[in-house]
Design a protein around this ligand. Structure first.
Ligand code: HEC
Length: 146
């Protein structure tokens, strides 16, 4: 490269090469991105769907990862990771232990969903997609003390 016989051509060559590279750079990444996310999604959905459905298909209600994140971000601050009411804000709001067998026995799934949608006492209401609410209801059920 350094020993090119006609240095005059170099700038032109470089410019053309750069333009070509730029064009090449413009295309493949976007194509690659599309291919990546698409196959990623399909692969993950299939993998996740099969494993998680095997584990808790009856009550997960779909979007298990989103449900886990939602619980962590929106609920655990008061209710704690395991629903015991021991989140950092649990004492301040007097968040109840959601695992209590007596409460679990008398509350219906619809009532839990309604609490999430409408709030209750000092618990704020949450505007969440129906499948997330269903997943949260399932999660609340999973806290049930033996
Ligand atoms: C700011 C604190 C706070 C947050 C955040 C919070 N809660 Fe609560 N939650 C409470 C309190 C306080 C109660 C008790 C309400 C009462 O009985 O007056 C409660 C009660 C409940 C109950 C029991 C209702 C019943 O029937 O007695 C459920 C189920 C529940 N929360 C689920 C959730 C879910 C799911 C989330 C996240 C989407 C959430 N909570 C977020 C404070 C919170």
């Amino acid at each position: 490269m350094i020993c090119r016989p006609k240095p005059r051509w170099m700038p032109l060559f470089a410019a053309v090469a750069a333009a070509g590279l730029a064009a090449a750079c413009d295309r493949p990444p976007s194509v690659e991105l599309k291919e990546w996310s698409a196959s990623d999604h399909d692969g993950e959905k299939k993998a996740d769907g099969t494993t998680k459905q095997g584990e808790r298909s009856s009550d997960a209600g779909g979007a298990p990862a989103l449900v886990a994140i939602t619980w962590q971000n929106q609920c655990a601050a008061c209710h704690g990771a395991q629903g015991k009411g021991d989140g950092p804000q649990g004492p301040m709001f007097k968040a109840p232990d959601l695992g209590r067998a007596d409460w679990q026995a008398k509350v219906t799934d619809e009532e839990i969903a309604a609490t999430i949608a409408n709030g209750k006492g000092r618990m704020p209401k949450f505007d969440l997609a129906p499948e997330i609410v269903q997943g949260l209801v399932a999660r609340v059920r999973s806290f049930r003390a033996p």
